[in-house]
Design a protein. Structure first.
Length: 95
C-alpha cells in the first residue's frame, strides 16, 4: 500500500501523445508525464494498448508532487488541430 503525500487536481490536458510505454503504463502528452493505474482491468489495458504516438487524447487526473500525473481518465479524440493544457506553467518550450 502506497502513501499519497501531495496531489493537486488537474483539470485536463489535451494534445498529442509524444511517447507511450506499454510495459510501464505511461504516456507523455505535451511534455506531461502521465501514469495509468489499470489495476489488471483487461478492457482498460486492451484500450490503452491501442494508443499510439501522435494520437490525440484528453487526460484527467491528479498531479503528484514529482510533477507526474496519475490519470483517472484518458479519452481518444479526432485531431482538429487544437492542443490545450490547463494549470500552472512550470516551464516553457516546444513539445
Amino acid at each position: 500500500m502506497g502513501v499519497l503525500i501531495e496531489a493537486d487536481r488537474l483539470r485536463k490536458t489535451f494534445g498529442p501523445i509524444t511517447a507511450v510505454d506499454y510495459a510501464e503504463q505511461t504516456l507523455t502528452v505535451l511534455g506531461q508525464n502521465i501514469r495509468l493505474n489499470l489495476a489488471g482491468d483487461k478492457t482498460a489495458t486492451d484500450a490503452f494498448k491501442t494508443l499510439r504516438k501522435g494520437d490525440l487524447v484528453s487526460v484527467s487526473g491528479l498531479r503528484l508532487s514529482d510533477g507526474s500525473i496519475i490519470a483517472s481518465r484518458v479519452d481518444q479524440h479526432t485531431d482538429d488541430g487544437r492542443v490545450v493544457v490547463r494549470g500552472e506553467a512550470a516551464g516553457e518550450g516546444k513539445y
